[in-house]
Write a protein that binds this ligand. Structure first.
Ligand SMILES: Nc1nc2c(ncn2[C@@H]2O[C@H](COP(=O)(O)OP(=O)(O)OP(=O)(O)O)[C@@H](O)[C@H]2O)c(=O)[nH]1
Length: 345
């Protein structure tokens, strides 16, 4: 019981999804005497479900985020997990199976209403007793409640997207990965194919949104924001991050991709909005400014660059996506003097 309480205290002490994942699998692994415990993320991409391991602990090891899969991959198709797929179809609370090594596996989806985008997977040599399932289910309930609380504080209430408060932390994580552009003094330059993939920040703004509110009222304006948020989520990849910054402004962080891909993904989203039939309102368009994320730049500077490109898009016809570095290279935008934390316009 001491150990259960210790794990509960640990789980409820975190204000971060990654640390919460780590503490829940540590607790389940020890209390169930499991061979392996994982947190699986379940994402739907183009109507297909994918499963990706987010955190993992193996017998005798320590729990850590699972970075074994390529950051650009949505994961394995759900078909590789037939028992889990069946369980999700039926909205069941758990599924059991046996892997190729004869080990027993228990899947526990974390349901929020009719959606489960997280699942615990516990592998055990001898299977699960009623008592161990009871203990694990209790831990899962605490995990679910805490995930719910974290989501509530991190998400915008109108659209369900991540809010401004979480942006700096998410960007810092991405900047940490974006070391492909930094040249460490005394170290050799990185190879070309590595440098091609970058992280990107895009600022998206609905065109003439004031006109939507003025003509159709705030309720229809809100509906447009919700639909644009849905289009953002379906147009970008599961590993990208989409935020609502307030009003009709959204920000997207795109992970590890080339300029051509970033341009294509952003333009696909812009076209998805342009061709969407918004109830009552009809046609809506968006303008986008985007820039690569450099470790050397502060969040304020990176956002400033994307904003400059957005203003250029607004001033030059709207319903278009503009790339900051390209505008600067073409002499259409000026770079401005910066210090460490602010940029002077
Ligand atoms: N319905 C609704 N409107 C909002 C919300 N937040 C901000 N707005 C409105 O969004 C409008 C933004 O208008 P502007 O910043 O003038 O820009 P715009 O009309 O989109 O024009 P451009 O950006 O230049 O294309 C204002 O009328 C705000 O009142 C919200 O949550 N819901």
């Amino acid at each position: 019981m001491d150990s259960l309480l210790r794990h509960m205290v640990d789980m409820t002490g975190h204000r971060d999804h990654t640390m919460l994942d780590i503490s829940v699998i540590s607790a389940v692994q020890e209390l169930a005497g499991a061979t392996q415990t994982r947190v699986l993320a379940i994402a739907t991409v183009c109507g297909q479900r994918f499963v990706r391991s987010r955190a993992c602990i193996r017998a005798g090891g320590v729990a850590c985020p699972d970075e074994s899969m390529d950051a650009g991959s949505p994961g394995e198709p759900i078909a590789a997990f037939p028992a889990l797929a069946h369980c999700l179809e039926r909205h069941d609370s758990r599924a059991e199976g046996v892997n190729a090594d004869g080990l027993r596996i228990l899947w526990l989806p974390i349901w929020f209403g009719d959606k489960a985008d997280t699942c615990l997977e516990i592998t055990h040599e001898h299977g699960f007793t009623g008592e161990s399932i009871h203990t694990i289910s209790g831990i899962v309930s605490v995990y679910r409640n805490f995930q719910n609380l974290l989501d509530y504080s991190e998400r915008d209430s109108l659209t369900g997207l991540l809010n401004r408060k979480t942006f700096d932390d998410q960007l810092a994580r991405m900047l940490h990965c974006a070391d492909t552009e930094t040249r460490v003094p005394g170290q050799p330059e990185r190879r070309h194919h590595v440098a091609e993939e970058k992280q990107w920040l895009a600022v998206v703004d609905v065109d003439h949104f004031k006109g939507v509110n003025d003509r159709f009222g705030h309720l229809y304006g809100d509906e447009v924001l919700i639909l644009v948020a849905n289009l953002l989520q379906s147009s970008f990849r599961a590993q990208d991050r989409v935020f609502r910054f307030g009003g009709e402004e959204f920000v997207v962080l795109l992970r590890s991709t080339t300029l051509e891909n970033a341009r294509r993904i952003i333009d696909r989203f812009r076209t998805n909005v342009e061709t969407h039939e918004f109830p009552q309102v009809g046609r809506v368009t968006v303008s986008v400014g985007f820039t690569s994320i450099r470790v050397a730049d502060s969040p304020v500077v990176t956002l400033g660059h994307a904003d400059q490109a957005l203003y250029f898009a607004k001033a030059n016809g709207r319903n278009r996506a503009c790339h900051y570095e390209e505008l600067v290279a073409g002499g259409l935008l000026q770079t401005v003097a910066t210090n460490d934390t602010a940029e002077f316009f």
